[in-house]
Design a protein around this ligand. Structure first.
Ligand SMILES: [Fe+2]
Ligand SMILES: [Fe+2]
Ligand SMILES: [Fe+2]
Ligand SMILES: [Fe+2]
Length: 403
């Protein structure tokens, strides 16, 4: 399979940007702007193409650990430095198996370190990996200023700040490069809302990986972690579904390719949940109609992200159809039975099975028999495929660990 990893990364960056908007109140395209600013600064520092490629990936992923940390903040109703620091550690752990072109240790961990030692881990100056410093600078500036509008007074304000912070919060060399870039009309326009996505796509060094399905599977496993840590109620959701998808694929004696694609679809099926606010995902008690309408958007975002990836055609269907129902009462499109293939139906059943065996803010986990009883009722109403329900029952009946 020819797999364009950056195409994949850009697709998921849109969903990661939603997380930042929800949690940190960032504007749209935050991660993409941080990635583009980091790329341009790194180009001036003469990094080679492999480095540049990795820098863009790291910048897009810089806040991948933010969800879990935010949950803690919500639950304890506190917002301490220690809690904020958590996202650096979680983010670093999440990407341990990510296929960077070179070894990248501790870049995410130290993405909030300040040059003067005032960051979370108190590293100073050259102790901080330079790539972390670049990402820190870009992230900080994107957060604090309207970085896509560096004209007139705003430009003066930004320049003044960078001049003042050179050698304090930030590395003087990075500040110097940025002060030159700020005079570049193209650079400033590239950061605009309408252009940033396509500009970034165009400017990332092109690496087409000839990856085997197994490697694609392991990359998507990294993302399933990022999706799962979004809410503490779904800590094992995507990974649990991926395991069950594999067991079912073995039961049906699928060939390797179909089995692996099914597992990839399972890893990514809820990637659109990154776009749903945690206040809704973690709400104890019943959702309002309006909140449920928002929940229903997540499979649309899953499709929007995955359909951009070459070679993911079937995977997109199996992932994005998991809340469609045979009788047309599902979402987001209200597809009917004839539009839902075997694996889409199977994924829908596994998702329900896994979901019901997990704890939710409003109920405890359910036992296998109870889950199957509910699913049989749903099959009677022609919501889900009754044969798949019976298969799921047969396969998981004797498993002790249904979660
Ligand atoms: Fe961060
Ligand atoms: Fe950020
Ligand atoms: Fe879902
Ligand atoms: Fe799900």
């Amino acid at each position: 399979m020819k797999f364009r990893l950056n195409q994949f990364l850009l697709a998921v960056s849109s969903t990661l940007d939603f997380v930042e908007m929800d949690i940190a109140g960032r504007r749209t395209n935050h991660g993409k702007r941080v990635a583009y600013m980091s790329l341009r600064i790194a180009m001036e520092l003469n990094y080679d193409n492999e480095d540049l490629y990795d820098i863009v990936s790291l910048a897009i992923l810089h806040d991948n650990g933010i969800s879990e940390a935010y949950n803690d903040i919500l639950n304890d109703n506190i917002n301490t430095e220690e809690h904020k620091m958590e996202h650096c550690i979680t983010g670093e752990n999440n990407i341990t198996n990510y296929p960077f072109l070179k070894t990248r240790k501790n870049i995410i961990r130290y993405h909030h370190e300040k040059y003067d030692g005032s960051g979370f881990f108190k590293l100073k100056g050259e102790e901080i990996p330079l790539i972390s410093q670049i990402i820190c600078f870009s992230d900080y500036m994107e957060n604090q200023f309207l970085i896509d509008q560096m004209w007139g007074e705003n430009k003066v304000k930004i320049k003044k700040f960078v001049e003042e912070q050179s050698g304090k919060l930030f590395n003087p060399q990075i500040c110097k490069i940025f002060l030159e870039l700020i005079e570049n009309t193209g650079f400033k326009l590239d950061l605009g809302e309408d252009f940033i996505g396509s500009v970034l796509d165009e400017k990332i060094p092109k690496f087409t990986f000839d990856l085997g399905l197994e490697e694609v599977r392991s990359i998507t496993g990294v993302f399933s972690k990022i999706i799962d840590v979004k809410s503490k109620f779904t800590m094992r959701h995507s990974s649990g579904i991926a395991e069950k998808a594999e067991v079912m694929a073995n039961y049906y004696r699928y060939a390797y390719e179909e089995k692996t694609k099914l597992v990839i679809a399972a890893n990514l099926h809820d990637i659109g949940k990154l776009a749903i606010p945690n206040t809704i995902l973690d709400k104890p008690g019943k959702l309002t109609d309006e909140e449920f309408d928002i929940i229903k958007t997540h499979t649309y975002y899953t499709r929007a992200a995955l359909s951009k990836i070459d070679g993911f055609e079937e995977i997109t269907e199996w992932a994005a159809n998991h809340h469609e129902k045979l009788n047309g009462n599902g979402y987001p499109y209200g597809k009917k039975a004839d539009e839902l293939d075997f694996n889409s139906r199977l994924m829908g059943c596994i998702d329900i099975y896994q979901g019901l065996t997990e704890k939710r803010p409003y109920r405890e986990p359910l036992e296998h028999n109870k889950v199957i009883e509910i699913m049989r009722d749903m099959a009677k109403g022609n919501f889900i495929d009754k044969d798949r329900v019976e298969d799921v029952d047969k396969v998981f009946k004797n498993c002790e660990k249904n979660k």
